[in-house]
Design a protein around this ligand. Structure first.
Ligand code: SIN
Length: 315
């Protein structure tokens, strides 16, 4: 606990307390400060925005995304997405066509091969949960990292929210990476992980279709530490849903390392939690954050629709 450093951030860090019996540490996270203060100082031309989390989450107001927005407004929304990583629009009037039209302003949309979609718009994944259909998205993940080219971001619209519960949490994976000690960063910086769609989506596939699906969606290899293509920042890019192992590493070692890295997303200080209201739209940067949809509302109904924008190959 005692320190001789004159750097206040290092001094704060050195005050963290390790509880070896449980393998946890408590205390301040001084590395959040620079980004938190940067976000607090941002100003915008076409809408108002305020941070709603420490380093992740911004609420934009004074804008209806179902309107025919000019290019400079879309460019500013894209900038807000890069800064806040997750942007929230409340009280939106949006039908499925307008949802698709808005998301398409940021790039081509993907069609998910395994999840049900909106009947009219196949680009919209429809999460329709009820007493008969449970919510299974309650684990930290980025969407479709099993694709060679995972999505840039996702625009999720709350169609029907449950009377209580059903929140979605987001974790800032830049911050999760920055929190690692130097030795771990050095160890993982050049590693690659193997991502496999079948860990989650294999269950619903008939035996006689498995070979065809594997040909269509082979195992893919992505860096464990990804550099964001637009911000240039490094971030942690492994998740338990889709990563099977670290390429070229013995199984036990790979499992232990992945478990340690994936646990970074559990840190509440790196997260933002969104409590949904009907008409909310949340747009997340799928390259920069992971998300977790709570499954605490069964047997109530919860209906969400998601448009995913095609991104680029992680490097
Ligand atoms: C997901 O994209 O995993 C679903 C998120 C949610 O339903 O909140």
């Amino acid at each position: 606990m005692s320190t001789t450093t004159t750097d206040p951030a290092e001094a704060a860090l050195s005050q963290r307390v390790h509880l070896p019996k449980y393998g946890i540490e408590v205390g301040p996270f001084p590395h959040l400060r620079t980004e938190r203060e940067r976000l607090a100082g941002l100003t915008w031309e076409h809408f108002d925005a305020r941070p709603i989390g420490a380093t992740v989450g911004g609420e934009l107001s004074g804008i209806q995304i179902g309107a025919d927005l000019p290019d400079d407004v879309i460019a500013e929304i894209r900038q807000a997405l890069l800064d806040y990583k997750v942007i929230v629009f409340r009280d939106q009037t949006l039908d499925s066509d307008a949802h698709v039209a808005f998301a398409s302003r940021f790039g081509d949309l993907e069609v998910h091969p395994f999840l049900p979609s909106n009947e009219k718009n196949p680009e919209l994944v429809r999460f329709a949960k009820s007493a008969q259909v449970g919510g299974y998205e309650n684990g930290w993940h980025s969407d479709v990292t099993w694709r060679e080219v995972p999505s840039l971001g996702a625009v999720l619209h709350a169609v029907e929210v449950p009377p209580s519960g059903g929140d979605t949490l987001f974790c800032d994976m830049y911050t999760a990476y920055d929190a690692l000690d130097d030795a771990t960063k050095e160890r993982i910086d050049d590693l690659y992980a193997i991502h496999d769609y079948s860990q989650v989506f294999g269950h619903g596939i008939a035996e006689d279709q498995k070979e065809e699906m594997r040909e269509k969606y082979p195992l893919v290899r992505h860096p464990v530490v990804r550099t964001h293509p637009e911000t240039g920042r490094k971030l942690l890019y492994v998740n338990r849903f889709f990563v099977s192992h670290i390429d070229g590493m013995p199984e036990d070692e790979s499992h232990a390392l992945l478990d340690r890295l994936c646990r970074q997303a559990d840190t509440i200080e790196f997260q933002f939690r969104h409590s949904w209201r009907n008409g909310d739209v949340v747009f997340w940067d799928n390259r920069a954050v992971q998300h977790y949809a709570t499954s605490d509302y069964w047997p109530a109904t919860r209906v969400m629709e998601r448009a995913s924008i095609i991104g680029d190959r992680p490097v």
